[in-house]
Design a protein around this ligand. Structure first.
Ligand SMILES: *Cc1c(COP(=O)(O)O)cnc(C)c1O
Length: 414
């Protein structure tokens, strides 16, 4: 007996996934990678909340395993792929100018999976110093257990970066841009050039920039990583991560994800896609308010220093202007005061929540000396530039005037 498939079920939409190159960022954010014909003519991407996929009979299974079936993106098991997740991956690839994106359960899952999947024992990587603390910990503690060594070089020192290369052993150059918390902007074409000349893969954690403000692949970088938890999701309500790139490396990483297992849940993938549709409009607001806040703080007598790449005073302002179309929503600054006075200023703020994350619609504020680096000694903190009076502000999408007024009244309490 041959089993007739229900055409309504097998008529998986012929993908009509075309995102014309002429589309700009907002249009890409809304329509990029989206299948225009979905099952049941629904508008939004369905949440396929399933752990596994089925086969009608053994013959059907055989066409699948022999790759003779005619259903695009047919899946077997949730760790290898899911139609909801696939849709979001297509959108991310379009947004960041890559051929493929791969989603993960978190930014750390993305970063650790890429490095675990592609570094052999005895390999060596170079990373820049001002970066997400857990990334550095993963490289220095976990990779070193596998015999993989990490050299940390100062962000912005390209001679030292090149000098750190160990011929035949160095496999990756890893940098954030902008960095956390000092918003240093790496010279992407320069890093790409070093990588190409020495046959070393380059990876940029572009979380702080988003594909709206910066697209590292367009500057010759090999791989981009994002914590989707931040701007991409944008609503402080999910954890996700992504890697975007082109070529055979992406196939290898996809296969590795099926083994390492750091997949995103379909429900979260849906929320991420929902967030991505408003990414461009949100980022424009973050950029505009952050610029206004940075200028306001720089002129304020109770502020010692401000780090924001949109300010002419920032060490990387010229690089940022050349390769970014906006400078992001994080402003880091030092208050004129002690640890306690800085905490008092933070406690006097009414709009931002005290919280370690960033990139969402709600403004969040943190005092890195107490929050992120609470377990480090004052000497260790000083080495990282984390002074007691440092404040990191992630600007949400509240009204600019309200945020400025809030900062002013809190500074007045000092
Ligand atoms: C938050 C963050 C990460 C880690 O992402 P998770 O989603 O929290 O795992 C990595 N890099 C940067 C720059 C981040 O801000």
């Amino acid at each position: 007996m041959t089993v007739q498939r229900n055409p309504a079920h097998t008529a998986y939409p012929t993908p009509l996934i075309e995102t014309p190159a002429s589309f700009r960022t907002s249009t890409r954010a809304v329509h990029g990678g989206v299948d225009r014909q979905k099952p049941h003519h629904v508008l939004t991407t369905p949440i396929y909340q399933t752990a596994t996929f089925t086969f009608n009979d053994t013959a059907d299974l055989l066409t699948f395993v022999n790759e003779q079936h005619d259903e695009p993106e047919r899946e077997e098991y949730g760790r290898y792929g899911n139609p909801t997740t696939n849709a979001v991956e297509r959108k991310l690839a379009v947004l960041d100018s890559g051929e493929q994106a791969i989603l993960y359960a978190s930014g750390m899952a993305a970063l650790s999976s890429v490095l675990l999947a592609s570094l052999p024992t005895g390999a060596h990587i170079i990373m820049t110093n001002d970066c997400y603390r857990r990334t550095r910990q993963f490289c220095e503690v976990y990779l070193s257990r596998l015999g993989i060594e990490t050299s940390v070089v100062p962000v912005g020192d390209y001679e030292e970066m090149e000098n750190a290369i160990r011929p035949g052993r160095t496999r990756y150059i890893v940098s954030e841009s902008p960095t956390n918390p000092f918003m240093r902007v790496a010279d992407l074409p320069r890093i790409a050039d070093i990588g190409k000349r020495h046959g070393i893969r380059t990876l940029i954690d572009s979380t702080f920039a988003t594909p709206i403000n910066q697209r590292p692949l367009e500057w010759g970088i090999d791989l981009v990583v994002h914590s989707g938890t931040k701007y991409l999701g944008g609503h402080n309500d999910l954890l996700a991560g992504a890697v975007i790139g082109s070529g055979a490396i992406m196939e290898a990483l996809r296969e590795a994800r099926g083994i390492l297992g750091g997949v995103v849940d379909p429900q979260n993938a849906f929320l991420l896609e929902r967030g991505l549709k408003t990414l461009a409009i949100r980022v424009r607001q973050h950029n505009a308010t952050a610029q206004a806040v940075a200028s306001f703080l720089e002129d304020h007598p109770r502020i010692e220093r401000v780090w924001y790449p949109g300010l002419a005073s920032h060490p990387d302002h010229a690089i940022a202007t050349a390769q970014m179309s906006g400078f992001g929503g994080v402003v880091t600054f030092a208050v004129r005061g002690t640890l306690e006075e800085t905490s008092r200023f933070i406690d006097a703020l009414r709009i931002p929540y005290i919280s370690p994350s960033l990139g969402g619609v709600e403004s969040l504020v943190s005092q890195p000396a107490i929050l992120t680096y609470h377990d480090k000694s004052p000497e260790e903190r000083a080495e990282l530039g984390i002074t007691d009076n440092l404040v990191r502000l992630s600007i949400g999408i509240e009204d600019t005037e309200d945020l400025l007024n809030d900062l002013e009244q809190a500074l007045d309490t000092l």
